[in-house]
Every structure is written in C-alpha cells, then in structure tokens.
Design a protein around this ligand. Structure first.
Ligand code: PXP
Length: 247
C-alpha cells in the first residue's frame, strides 16, 4: 500500500521568521503522524535555513513512524545522519540560492562518491534513496550507487501548464516506475504534489511512498494540520485503491 510521508520543513521556516520557538516542526510531525502520515521528512540544509540540528535530533527521538532525512552529500550533514540514524536518507542536490530543491540529482557524474555514501549509510542500517528524474540512465546510475530506493522528481509533472505536457510526463513517470520496480528498487515520488494532481501519481502501482510538504502545510493554515493530512491521505488511498480494483 502506498504511504504518505509529510515534510515539515515549512513549519520550521515559519518559526524561523521570528527566530523564536513557534510553531514547532516537531509538534507538527507528531500531529501529522496522528492524522495518518506514515513517515516524516525533514531536510537539513547546509545553511540551516529551515530545519535546525536540534529539530532533527528531537524528531529522531519523538516520531513513531519513520524519519526520512533529506540531505545533500555534504560531510557535515553525513556525520549528523550517521549519528542520529534515520530509517532513510534521501540524497538531493542542493544549491544555496534555490527556493526549494529544483530537480533530480545527476548521479552519472559522481557514481563513486554516491556509492561510498551508500556504503557508509548501510553500515548503520540506514536505507538510501536518491532523488532523480524519472529517467532510465538515472535509474541505472542509482543501481550502480547501491541505492535501496529512488525518489522520482514529480515537479515537471506538477508544474506542467498544459494537459498534454502533464500527460507526457506522467507517461515518463509510469515507465520509470516500472523499470525501477523490475530492477528491485523501492520507489518514492514527490515535489509539487497537491490536492488536485496527486491522484494520477497515486494510481501508479509500483510507488511505495509519496513525500509531500508545501501543499499540505499551506492547507493546514486554513483547516489545521490534522485535517490537511487526513484529506491528503484519503485522496491517495482512494486513488490507489481504485487503480488496484481496475476502476
Ligand atoms: N521530495 C524532495 C526530494 C524535496 O526536496 C521536496 C521539497 O522539500 C519534496 C519532496 C516535497 O515537495 P513539496 O514541498 O513541493 O511537496
């Protein structure tokens, strides 16, 4: 069954706007879990613009589901990951000037570096996922990097302005999921997913996990985090079930 991992970075962004203690991303994570999230995602950036080291350490202690630590292949952050031992690390590209992660990693340029990173994580029983475009060459590269999982970037699908472009990207995603699955990889997807575009992605049977942040936190401002997570969870479950029943 497809699962929903909630990214709580935006709660930290709001907290940091005033440099104080509220809202606390840890409280948001607990509420998201209570509302049906099956994992919590937090991105510890090199510049600590949203999540702080303290947040990651407390999340590790408090959450009851699964912690997915999003991170760049940066030595300082790698050391923190090896120390706190999340269930999963998702390796993303990181550009200091970007508003959010802008696209998938180019693994091809650094197979050796990423394979060594996987090996270090595996020694601590941490699973490794690489955030990549839904592209055959990247799937092959992820396998060479000893990935357990890949997270396909859904941003191109989510941001498509025309239905034709969206359909084309969805077809690329379906093909990539099938290929990654045949190669034994677990599959996640995320970026830009919201209450109106998540259904088609949820119907792809090979996807194990979705990683969603912005749209859920934006809705949470109006309806509260529990309702926002529950609504998203229900949409995903219904679409996944419909696909399974062939309707
Ligand atoms: N997956 C990855 C790798 C990301 O970097 C992000 C953004 O933090 C997400 C998923 C979630 O994207 P969004 O906030 O658009 O739902």
């Amino acid at each position: 069954m497809i699962t929903l991992n909630i990214n709580v970075d935006h709660v930290a962004t709001l907290r940091n706007a005033r440099g104080g203690f509220e809202p606390d991303p840890v409280t948001a994570a607990v509420n998201a879990e209570l509302a049906g999230a099956t994992g919590i995602v937090a991105h510890l950036r090199e510049d600590r613009r949203h999540m702080k080291d303290r947040d990651i350490r407390i999340l590790r202690e408090v959450i009851q589901t699964k912690l997915d630590l999003e991170m760049a292949a940066n030595e300082e952050i790698i050391a923190i990951a090896l120390d706190i031992v999340p269930e999963l690390v998702t390796i993303v590209p990181e550009n200091r000037k970007e508003l959010t992660t802008e696209g998938g990693l180019n693994l091809l340029a650094n197979i050796d570096k990423y394979r060594k990173l996987s090996d270090r994580m595996h020694e601590k029983d941490i699973e490794v996922s690489f955030f990549i475009e839904p592209d055959e060459a990247m799937i092959e590269a992820a396998l060479e990097c000893d990935a357990d999982m890949v997270e396909f970037h859904t941003g191109i699908y989510a941001n498509a302005k025309h239905e034709g472009d969206m359909t084309q990207e969805l077809a690329r995603m379906i093909g990539a999921c099938s290929s990654a699955f045949e190669n034994g990889l677990k599959i996640a997807a995320g970026h830009g997913l919201n209450y109106s575009n998540v259904q088609a992605i949820s119907m792809i049977p090979e996807i194990d996990e979705l990683s969603i942040g912005h749209s859920v936190m934006a809705r949470a401002i109006h309806v509260g985090i529990s309702q926002a997570v529950r609504e998203m969870h229900t949409l995903i479950m219904n679409a996944s079930m419909q696909a399974k029943l062939g309707r």
